[in-house]
Write a protein that binds this ligand. Structure first.
Ligand code: UD1
Length: 341
């Protein structure tokens, strides 16, 4: 259908060319930021967005302020028929839905296996049937494991340790397979410890940055597992969102069937991170040290040149600036609770 806007002939909108996006995990930490940024970028273009979540770890409040701007479908990716229906009419998918956390997968590998592997497979099958053009998949840097050699480059042979990185890596292999076999353009983004506003801070499976922030705000001493000298390439969430949008728009020859690190290219130890957070939050106590967590990797540090070259990725928000924004957000969110103490 061709729709002609009143007034200027330049404003002809080709309805058939309008793009339809799906964000899986749109109530989650990273997915909700992707859908929010996508809606901002697409405003006025006529492109449409659908979001999907099962609220197992995501929260409706993460997108409540966007309701009415996109179509929300409550759906669990383990339900193949519902997932296929959610893919109908879609051109582009950001696949962030997952049951995250290395320790959760160590404790209960079957549940995370079903969510992460079966869920991703069902999504790809739905995408294939619906004629989706591209899927950008949230993969994990934990796939590198504990092999020697830093920084991590995408050409290294993956050596995942815990079930969660195995599951995320299986998703990558499926993505590559669907590109090679069915011509569905897929791009895998290996995230390195994404942090920022909306990351759940109060679960035993919370990411360390969110967990430490809330603990310090509550006056509780955080526990560092191990000696605290393990390093992570902590990456502010806006950088990951930008990587997703750029990867979705990049020329197929640059990205289809490929894997990219998404990080800052810096390693920060947990001890250092603890002290930066403590300064920001004026927390005076020392951490408690506990045993090393089963399934953990020791270090992570990314080479991000492949993403730079392929789609112009840059980590625009630094570690320090990301921490400041994150702390400011948690202070606002938890102000009532922490001021009444
Ligand atoms: C994180 C992500 C994972 C992602 C991976 C990519 C989370 C919850 N997990 O895994 O989805 O695929 O990065 O690299 O965001 N730690 C403490 N005390 C705590 C909690 C954690 O010392 O209270 C330590 C852990 O033992 C680990 C480090 O902090 O050494 C990071 O742990 P965590 O935030 O859970 O992330 P990863 O396991 O690296």
């Amino acid at each position: 259908m061709r729709q002609i806007s009143p007034g200027s002939p330049e404003r002809i909108t080709m309805k058939d060319d309008m793009a339809r996006y799906l964000v899986t995990g749109c109530a989650g930490f990273i997915g909700s930021w992707i859908i929010e940024t996508l809606l901002e970028k697409l405003a006025g273009t006529g492109d449409t967005v659908r979001g999907l979540d099962n609220f197992e770890t995501g929260k409706r409040e993460n997108f409540a302020h966007l309701e009415g701007l996109f179509e929300f479908v409550e759906c669990d990716l383990r339900d193949a028929a519902a997932t296929a229906a959610a893919c109908e009419g879609v051109d582009y998918i950001f696949h962030t839905a997952a049951l995250p956390s290395v320790p959760r997968s160590v404790k209960d590998p079957r549940t995370s296996h079903e969510a992460n592997i079966d869920g991703t497979f069902n999504l790809l099958e739905g995408a294939r049937a619906a004629g989706v053009k591209r899927v950008v998949y949230s993969a994990s840097s934990s796939a590198y494991g504990n092999q020697p050699g830093f920084p991590r480059v995408e050409t290294m042979v993956p050596m995942p340790i815990a079930p969660y990185p195995v599951q995320k890596l299986m998703g990558e292999f499926y993505m590559k397979s669907y590109w090679q076999v069915y011509g569905l353009e897929t791009v895998c983004l290996r995230y390195f410890n994404i942090f920022g506003p909306r990351q759940v801070p109060d679960s035993q499976y919370s990411g360390v940055m969110a967990r430490f922030t809330l603990q310090m705000m509550r006056g509780e001493r955080p526990t560092i597992f191990g000696d605290g000298e393990q390093g992570r390439d902590f990456t502010y969430v806006a950088n990951a969102v930008m990587a997703n949008l750029l990867a979705m728009k990049a020329a197929p020859e640059n990205v289809a069937g490929k894997v990219f690190n998404v990080a800052c290219g810096e390693r920060h130890t947990l001890n250092k991170t603890f002290h930066v957070l403590a300064d920001l939050l004026e927390f005076k106590e020392q951490p408690v040290y506990g045993p090393i967590r089963a399934g953990d990797i020791r270090d992570s540090l990314a080479d991000i040149s492949a993403a730079r070259d392929a789609f112009g990725y840059e980590p625009d928000v630094s570690f320090e600036e990301g921490l400041r924004r994150t702390v400011a957000w948690y202070k606002e969110q938890y102000a009532a609770e922490t001021t009444t103490r």
